[in-house]
Design a protein around this ligand. Structure first.
Ligand code: SF4
Length: 309
């Protein structure tokens, strides 16, 4: 069975930083450390950190006084920051710097008097955090159809910002719909959408051209992993989102198939090995890597940790 691995795949710089933050906090402050929300949307990463002494909570009120508290890569609203400050928690902010950049863009547009429109999934923690960082009301749209329902006048100053982990193509379509409806709208360059998300989407599109089936390794909660599966499926080949090797179904494959594999930005490479092991129990593997863009992005750890770099 031939297997082709997409490049790049798996951990992005924001996830590496978030996971390193929890591991360094455990080492420097000792267990337990508290993490608000899953540090990244991957069950294996969360379970591994939980076994090392991290405790995951959804509400800061579950965190004891003075405890070390880490904000997840998805970011939080001002209310959460203020609550942590008032409670005297020692905060390490693992919000991805690219998410913080979106927060800053939104705040700047709002301060200049623009009505901000956030393109994103309304229930995603990143979107909830971004809404909570902008002091004026923000409208969330996810689809072109929703753009048609907006009721702003033609002279309303409008600005858009975007969730970092969406489909680049879908986001362009929504931005184009906004520009057609409201030519006055301004916004950041959409090449500003997270580099890792763009690179993984380009890679899975190329992968889909040369395989019979695509396996995307990632969690159903991971927006960027779901998007990778959707992009592969749009090319017309069977595409499955799986958490690890235990989810591989031999009936999806046969020994004539060429299997394409990629992994979401929050998926550890160990899960790729796990899936390869599962496949090798079905048939001997011939593994190739698809050439792809190299990534050299690195984010420094948040303030409050002693860095050893
Ligand atoms: Fe940051 Fe992009 Fe990774 Fe999200 S996918 S954590 S925005 S680098």
């Amino acid at each position: 069975m031939k297997v082709i691995l997409a490049q790049p795949r798996g951990f992005c710089a924001g996830v590496v930083r978030a996971v390193d933050t929890v591991e360094q906090a455990l080492e420097q402050f000792g267990a337990p450390v508290y993490v608000r929300h899953e540090i990244v949307h991957n069950q294996h990463v969360v379970e591994d950190l939980r076994a090392k002494g991290a405790r995951f909570v959804e509400d800061l009120n579950e965190v004891p006084a003075n405890a070390v508290t880490i904000f997840s890569a998805h970011g939080v609203g001002k209310e959460v920051e203020n609550n942590a400050h008032q409670r005297g928690l020692k905060v390490l902010d693992a919000t991805c710097p690219l998410v913080t950049k979106v927060h800053n863009q939104g705040r700047q547009y709002a301060a200049r008097g623009y009505q901000v429109i956030l393109i994103g999934e309304p229930d995603h923690p990143e979107v909830i955090g971004t809404l909570g960082q902008i002091p004026s009301p923000v409208v969330v749209v996810q689809t072109e159809a929703q753009v048609a329902t907006l009721e702003f006048s033609q002279d309303t100053p409008l600005a858009y910002i975007t969730q970092t982990t969406l489909s680049v193509d879908d986001t362009h379509a929504v931005v184009d719909a906004l520009k057609r409806r409201y030519p006055q709208i301004i916004g950041p360059d959409t090449r500003d959408i997270c580099y890792a998300v763009q690179n993984r989407q380009t890679a899975v599109r190329e992968l889909s051209q040369c395989v019979d089936v695509v396996l995307v390794i990632g969690s159903p909660q991971s927006a960027n992993s779901v998007t990778l599966r959707d992009i592969a499926a749009e090319t017309g080949i069977p595409s499955y989102l799986i958490a690890d090797g235990s989810a591989v179904h031999s009936e999806w494959l046969n020994d004539q198939s060429t299997i394409g594999i990629t992994a979401g930005a929050s998926t550890p490479e160990a899960m790729v090995s796990d899936v390869l092991n599962a496949l090798s129990r079905i048939a001997p593997l011939q593994i190739e890597n698809l050439p792809g863009r190299e990534e050299h992005v690195h984010f420094r750890l948040p303030d409050g940790l002693i860095t050893r770099q």
